[in-house]
Design a protein. Structure first.
Length: 286
């Protein structure tokens, strides 16, 4: 690698010093550099995931790999705003579960190292750790929807890992994480409607880093993920699941026309999924 190539950085260590609430390790988080043509926005997928085209200068860049905050020593992880807010009563439990947390993560993502610059494997592992660690947060932090978001982001990073390393079963893992996201997104809405857990602890619903599709985006993903990865074996169970998905996504259309929060492309995705669900339900009636 030439000296010029070594200067083409895509990330940096932030000046902010983090102190792990579990093991008291201090560290600086790796952040993505912006600008300079590093990110070239491409298509928006049905999962509201922004695809970025490789840059001639910087190559492939994966913004999601840097989102989660992870202690490099004990592998406690969360979304950045919640990292120092881990409830005091949970800290001993997280500390006691360190060996199991690390072992389980290394079983899925062998050879990762959070002391080094993050690659795709560290990015996917960080999202897996977020899912694990939000089990220790109170309901006021909206842990279920944050786990669902982390599961979806892990699936996207696993997609990228599969493209770069085909035949290593990352595609199978990505499907498992999508199914996990399907459960968690719908569970979060169920908990909110039942008064068991608020969604107000989530400031930006993403799901990707480029836009916040807010509550409507959550409703859309609940329906889409249920349509794609929900129950499919039993016809009656499938029909009930699709009817629930249709009711969920129809709420988006009752919230008004396209706006800044609900741009036209998003509404078009919602309409396409609604029509696909309707088509399958109509076919099952025949």
């Amino acid at each position: 690698m030439s000296s010029d190539e070594r200067e083409l950085k895509v990330s940096f260590l932030s000046k902010k010093e983090y102190t792990c609430p579990v093991c008291d390790t201090t560290f600086h988080k790796e952040e993505l550099l912006s600008g300079g043509g590093r990110l070239i926005a491409g298509a928006l997928t049905d999962e509201l995931h922004r695809i970025y085209e490789p840059s001639l200068k910087y190559g492939e860049v994966y913004p999601l790999a840097y989102q989660a905050t992870v202690c490099p020593e004990c592998w406690f992880a969360s979304m950045d705003a919640d990292f120092s807010e881990l409830p005091e009563k949970s800290r001993g439990l997280v500390r006691n579960h360190r060996e199991r947390r690390v072992a389980d993560t290394e079983l899925i993502f062998p050879g990762i190292d959070f002391h080094q610059s993050r690659g795709l494997a560290e990015g996917a592992a960080s999202q897996y750790l977020v899912i694990r660690c939000y089990e220790y947060y109170n309901k006021e932090f909206s842990p279920t929807i944050k786990q669902g978001l982390a599961a979806l982001r892990a699936a996207w990073l696993l997609d990228d890992m599969d493209k770069k390393n085909p035949g290593q079963h990352y595609d199978w893992l990505a499907i498992l994480f999508r199914r996990k996201a399907q459960f968690l997104y719908n569970e979060a809405i169920s908990r909110e409607q039942g008064g068991k857990e608020t969604l107000s602890g989530m400031k930006a619903f993403g799901p990707d880093t480029d836009k916040n599709y807010a509550y409507e985006g959550v409703l859309y993903l609940c329906a889409y993920l249920r349509y794609k990865y929900g129950p499919s074996g039993d016809p009656d169970q499938r029909r009930t699941s699709l009817e629930d998905a249709r009711r969920t996504i129809s709420k988006i259309f009752g919230m008004g026309k396209a706006s800044k929060g609900k741009p036209g492309p998003f509404m078009e995705h919602a309409r396409q999924v609604y029509d696909a669900i309707n088509k399958e339900l109509n076919e099952s009636d025949e």
